[in-house]
Design a protein around this ligand. Structure first.
Ligand SMILES: *[C@@H]1O[C@H](CO)[C@@H](O)[C@H](O)[C@H]1NC(C)=O
Ligand SMILES: *[C@@H]1O[C@H](CO)[C@@H](O)[C@H](O)[C@H]1NC(C)=O
Ligand SMILES: *[C@@H]1O[C@H](CO)[C@@H](O)[C@H](O)[C@H]1NC(C)=O
Ligand SMILES: *[C@@H]1O[C@H](CO)[C@@H](O)[C@H](O)[C@H]1NC(C)=O
Ligand SMILES: *[C@@H]1O[C@H](CO)[C@@H](O)[C@H](O)[C@H]1NC(C)=O
Length: 570
């Protein structure tokens, strides 16, 4: 070794020592536990005021964290999940369509991986699977246990799409997980999530994305499924569909408890951020063969009414200031990507020239006085002539919406209100979440504070008073609807005639958004996707040469029986 190399080697060693020291002094990045419920309605969680179906674990996180009470989602599933993963809006992917989230888009787990995170997805993907490059392991996740499509049977794990495509859909990483058959999906996903937490190396930060099947409908031939002994606990609910829904929901609530308990046992809670959110409004009153409730909000999943787009959500973390509280700041599911990157101190890694729809709301989550934004585009769907936008002006919150679904069949307030029961305080005080968070900086507050929080989180509707009658809106007749959500969150008084000025202004904003719209990427069904061609399994079919069976046109096979009459939107 030449002598002159010695000083520089010494220098290098010092630098290495210094840099490890620097690393050690850097606090570890917080864990992110993102739990997304499927098709859960506004009024299906106890913290919005319903007492019909106890959700003690979800409620306990809500009462000790921040309830996001003015939180919007996309009206259907893929758009919400892609908005979450990319910070941008997209459309629904059906399992038999050969497309996915564009590969050039960088997803949340890819950003997190750069920050040293271990990323695990448990449950539903639904962001494309026609080629392997579109599936979770190729998009930033270290493991996946769950399904690629939009829904499945809770026991046999098959997914039926567009009436005639029907196959098994459960994977462990890229392998088909046949040993899952017969076991309830929520139980399987919970066990997997708990195992991931227990096996996690706590010197690295964890991103656990737990995307539940519950409370989505299974296949049309048997849409609502739960173990009989759990359904029986809800014998006081008369409506049979709602009773099974209650069982599906309560098992998901228990799952939130199990995962939180596991985090506590691992000593991970103090530096964790837990988010619980629905993906879209609830399918109530038989929509999608389901029985959710958005009461007192109008409409259902897929609609522009508040019941379709205002979502149940909360964030809990000892790292958040000013907890517990109810936030009325406007927030959208597409905001999580930039918001979480700020929360973990990695916002500088965002590509500033890539235009995100989502905005960083971390300051607002920590500070009740901070406002978020004044304008929020909810939807522009030119194929179905549906669009909606919200704009805050001083103290008013205007919402313009155009068009409706199914000729207005689901425009009403649908689903039980659940106020004719008593709140289950014992379940709340004894549930796993309450026990697990007891020793953290955000324990369950006192009953009187909880009562205040529940009151603040409940939506109350404007009523007709003093002979002043409301102007109803009939979007199914082509009427444009304008509501002031500040006084009228239940969308009962159409002010479009009275405030032409506001209609014009919001319409102008909508047109501006419309001009920058990227055309939807949806593609027609590909008959080669048919599980019949692939051992009855949903697969990444475009990675293989088409099998011989698929040379025949399988688009219109005879229905095996008359029972498959409905098509679900996931
Ligand atoms: C997938 O299956 C292969 C072949 O049976 C096996 O070697 C591999 O360990 C499996 N991977 C997982 C993640 O189960
Ligand atoms: C845990 O992670 C740290 C940091 O990456 C690593 O040094 C250590 O070897 C890991 N421990 C185990 C048991 O894998
Ligand atoms: C940043 O985004 C712009 C616009 O989408 C894109 O052209 C560019 O390649 C991106 N840069 C990086 C480093 O990803
Ligand atoms: C779309 O809706 C608007 C408002 O309801 C109506 O004026 C227009 O005619 C509709 N367009 C189509 C193509 O249906
Ligand atoms: C958006 O533009 C398309 C044509 O470019 C038009 O048909 C549609 O009505 C517009 N939608 C809105 C909401 O302005």
């Amino acid at each position: 070794m030449p002598q002159s190399a010695l000083p520089s080697l010494f220098f290098l060693a010092v630098m290495m020592l210094l840099s490890t020291e620097l690393d050690a002094s850097q606090p570890k990045k917080p864990n992110i536990i993102f739990i997304i419920a499927d098709d859960l309605g506004w009024n299906d969680v106890g913290f919005h005021g319903s007492n019909q179906i106890p959700t003690p674990n979800i409620d306990a996180l809500a009462y000790s964290g921040v309830i996001l009470n003015n939180y919007y989602v996309m009206p259907v599933c893929t758009p919400s999940r892609s908005a979450l993963m990319t910070g941008m809006q997209h459309r629904v992917i059906f399992a038999n369509e050969p497309w996915g989230l564009p590969l050039q888009e960088k997803l949340l787990p890819q950003y997190l991986r750069e920050q040293g995170y271990k990323n695990h997805i448990v449950g539903k993907w639904h962001l494309g699977h026609f080629k392997k490059e579109y599936t979770p392991l190729y998009r930033g996740f270290d493991s996946h246990f769950g399904y690629w499509s939009g829904h499945q049977d809770y026991y046999d794990h098959t997914a039926q799409e567009s009436l005639f495509y029907w196959g098994y859909d459960m994977r462990r990483n890229m392998n088909v997980s046949l040993d899952s058959r017969g076991k309830y999906t929520t139980t399987l996903l919970t066990e997997e999530a708990v195992k991931i937490v227990h096996d996690h190396n706590t010197s690295e930060p964890l991103f656990l994305y737990l995307a539940h099947l519950a409370t989505h409908s299974a296949n049309p031939y048997l849409p609502l499924q739960a173990p009989e002994e759990v359904v029986q606990k809800f014998s006081y609910i008369e409506d049979k569909d709602r009773r099974i829904f209650a069982a599906m929901l309560s098992l998901m609530d228990e799952s939130v408890g199990e995962v939180t308990r596991a985090l506590s046992e691992k000593g991970m809670l103090d530096d964790s951020i837990i988010i619980f959110t629905t993906d879209n409004g609830g399918p109530a009153g038989g929509f999608n063969l389901n029985a959710a409730s958005n009461w007192p909000l109008r409409g259902v999943k897929d609609s522009l009414w508040e019941g379709g787009v205002r979502g149940a959500a909360l964030i809990w973390s000892p790292l958040i200031k000013n907890t517990p509280r109810v936030s009325n700041q406007m927030i959208h599911i597409q905001d999580w990507l930039p918001t979480l990157l700020t929360a973990i101190g990695a916002d500088s890694t965002l590509n500033k020239s890539a235009q995100l729809d989502g905005r960083d709301v971390w300051a607002a989550i920590n500070d009740p006085a901070a406002q978020t934004y004044d304008e929020l585009l909810l939807v522009i769907d030119n194929q179905r002539n549906l669009s909606a936008l919200i704009k805050r002006k001083v103290d008013d919150i205007w919402k313009l919406s155009i068009g409706t679904i199914q000729n207005g069949k689901f425009d009403k307030r649908i689903g039980p209100c659940g106020r004719d029961h008593k709140y289950d305080w014992i379940a709340l005080k004894e549930c796993p979440v309450t026990k697990s968070i007891r020793k953290t900086k955000c324990p369950l507050p006192s009953s009187s504070i909880i009562n205040d929080i529940r009151q603040a989180a409940e939506v109350s509707c404007q009523t007709e008073q003093g002979g002043k009658l409301f102007q109803r809106c009939h979007p199914e007749l082509g009427e444009i609807c304008l509501f002031n959500l500040k006084d009228d969150p239940c969308e009962t008084n159409n002010l479009a005639d009275k405030r032409r000025d506001i209609v014009d202004e919001l319409f102008e904003s909508l047109s501006e958004h419309n001009n920058t719209l990227v055309p939807p990427r949806n593609t027609p069904h590909d008959p080669a996707s048919n599980p019949k061609c692939w051992d009855n399994v949903w697969t990444n079919w475009r990675d293989y040469p088409p099998p011989r069976l698929c040379e025949t046109d399988l688009r219109r096979p005879k229905a095996e029986s008359g029972q498959y009459t409905a098509e679900l939107i996931s």
